[in-house]
Design a protein around this ligand. Sequence first.
Ligand code: SAM
Length: 184
Amino acid sequence: MRISIVDWTHQFLKQYVKEGDHCIDATVGNGGDMLYLKQLVKDTGTVSGFDIQQMALDHTREKLAAHGFTGNLYLDSHANMGQYFEKESIAAIVFNLGYLPGGDHKLATKAESTIQAIEESLLLLKRGGVISLCIYSGGDSGFEEKDAVLSYLKGLDHKKYLVITNEFYNKPNHPPMPVFIIKN
Ligand code: SAM
């Protein structure tokens, strides 16, 4: 069976997200992660999403509606997410870094704003909550962001956060890396 980075991340998230929880998709894209989270939190929970491309928000709104769901969609950088939520109120925050497949590579996530957004996420996350990161590198982008994010995560206080990095160990050509941060 082939396991994609998205499948792997979703399986992991499922252990932490329950009905009625509040979650954030920090990189909405085509809405796949947002739909998955909404299916976990059901009607009593909420999922909010950020993207810098209106097109991404439009596709996601349509995808959610096709399944009878709604979500709170913000045309804003995830670096600003702290302005929208109470501290320690969020069960899971999902990052799928890089660019929209088939989209403009110049609109990919960037090291500096990604790290700002992770810092904000750590404040918003409740104890026992999880942040997931799908980190891509290869072709024309992602290497600098991957190195910067991993270096930032290495410095997180191990008494407050557990950081787990995973590898597709025998896969060639810069495989994507799933990373999880759990707030103790
Ligand atoms: N999770 C998505 C899905 O299920 O389809 C895929 C996300 S795609 C790999 C990355 C997305 O991050 C792009 O849609 C891009 O516009 C968005 N993005 C780039 N910089 C951003 C930022 N600073 N804040 C929020 N979103 C950003």
